[in-house]
Design a protein around this ligand. Structure first.
Ligand code: SDX
Length: 391
């Protein structure tokens, strides 16, 4: 499937790009990270191993995995002065606003000693981002709740440590539920990368100017926030709340067909078949809710009814609209105790490895040129200036 197209290098320098990281077949609904099907990685691997795979292109040996995990978990704390940025935010600020601001501020702490043309320096930046993004994400949540920040607990493992930083309180013991840890870790893996999506393209374009990786990741977070992209998981939950019950689905669907609103969590720029991540997310949803005794969760029932009706409706079939990764993720995240306002933050946390892997792949290419998308001009032809008195 690869090599089907050959691009003129000049064309590559201005718009499309080549990458070895992720392959999507939108018609077949297939997604491979470095050649490995997402279905296998979601079931057999875990997020940190997937991070290693996306960065280095190969699955790690046991020793490589241990060294990678040790290094990532050694740098989970942030500079104490970085925590003061939060005081400038209102307590009701959207967590994504804080994620953009504080992640961008990492530039002020690590940028000076960073030469992006030095592979070792790029490796340090990559590891720092993967290490610290969960800490910053949890701080965004704690700040909105008026709770003190939790220090990382590095012996807990990457995903369990994130849940600890999110929910532990000094007043009572907190042990992350292993079922919830496994489910969240799988959600991280499903969101880790996705080829040249809008936010990854944003990171690449920003990086192509030589901007530092922390600022580039902040740009990716900003782009991901939109409801047509990573903000869709939050929009799905709001949509399910608005619909309320299965009885209201037919009227809602009429509004979709009349184009007064979209069926959030459905459709995709590339997939014209089921997004393979959506199927795994639905399965994870069942597992978590069943484990928690919530298999009759009304939101899950409503989502399943919506999906069933849409998949049988000619409007959606003709337009090849299927559930995407965002359709079920919000229901699972809710069951994990994560508030709606944090859904896109979770997406950003997980996608950071994809963004920084693409950044690294691009910067490592000695032939890299600054991105410069071209345009088709449709404005006025040349005309002469008219003095204001003659207008
Ligand atoms: C992500 O790019 C990536 O890889 C992104 C992502 C990643 O991992 O990085 O996969 C993550 O962003 C997933 C998408 C999350 N967004 C949503 O769920 C929001 C709802 N979806 C839509 O806004 C929409 O489907 C887009 C933005 C995702 C895609 O928009 P397109 O490219 O315009 O869709 P299309 O060309 O396939 O649309 C064909 C038709 C149009 O109608 P007609 O003009 O032919 O009559 O389908 C309609 C669209 O209006 N349509 C929808 C719809 N999505 C498209 N109608 C109702 N509900 C929808 N969700």
């Amino acid at each position: 499937k690869t090599g089907m197209f050959t691009f003129d290098p000049g064309f590559l320098a201005t718009s499309a790009c080549e990458s070895k990281i992720t392959f999507i077949d939108g018609d077949e609904g297939q997604l491979y990270y470095r050649g490995y099907p997402i279905e296998q990685l979601a079931k057999e691997s875990d997020y940190l191993e997937t991070c290693y795979l996306l960065i280095y292109g190969e699955l790690p040996t046991r020793a490589q995995r241990e060294e990678f995990e040790h290094t990532v978990m050694k740098h989970t704390m942030v500079h104490d002065q970085l925590t003061r940025f939060f005081n400038g935010f209102r307590r009701d600020a959207h967590p994504m606003a804080m994620m953009v601001g504080v992640t961008g501020a990492l530039s002020a702490f690590y940028q000076d000693s960073l030469d992006i043309n030095n592979a070792e320096h790029r490796k340090v930046a990559i590891y720092r981002l993967i290490s610290k993004i969960p800490t910053i994400a949890a701080m965004c949540y704690r700040y909105t709740q008026g709770l003190p920040f939790n220090y990382p607990k590095n012996d807990l493992g990457y995903t369990a440590n994130f849940l600890h930083m999110m929910f532990a309180t000094p007043c009572e013991p907190y042990e992350p539920n292993p079922v919830l840890v496994r489910a969240l870790d799988r959600i991280f893996t499903l969101h880790a990368d996705h080829e040249q999506n809008a936010s990854t393209s944003t990171v690449r374009l920003a990086g192509s100017s030589g901007a530092n990786p922390f600022a580039c990741i902040a740009a990716g977070i900003a782009c991901l926030w939109g409801p047509s992209h990573g903000g869709a998981n939050e929009a799905v939950l709001k949509m399910l709340d608005e619909i309320g019950s299965v009885d209201n689905v037919p009227a809602f669907m009429e509004g979709v067909k009349a184009k007064t609103h979209k069926l959030m969590g459905f459709g995709h720029r590339v997939y014209k078949n089921m997004d393979p991540r959506a199927a795994i997310m639905r399965e994870t949803c069942y597992e978590v809710l069943k484990e928690l005794g919530l298999e009759n969760d009304p939101k899950l029932k409503l989502a399943m009814a919506l999906e069933k009706i849409a998949l049988e409706d000619s409007y959606f079939i003709e337009r090849k609209l299927y559930p995407n990764v965002d359709f079920y993720s919000g229901i699972v995240l809710t069951a994990l105790g994560i508030p709606v306002s944090m859904f896109t933050v979770i997406f950003a946390l997980a996608r950071t490895v994809g963004w920084i892997s693409h950044w690294n792949e691009m910067i490592s290419d000695p032939g890299m040129k600054i991105g410069r998308p071209r345009q088709l001009y449709t404005g006025s032809p040349r005309r002469d200036y008219v003095p204001s008195g003659d207008r």
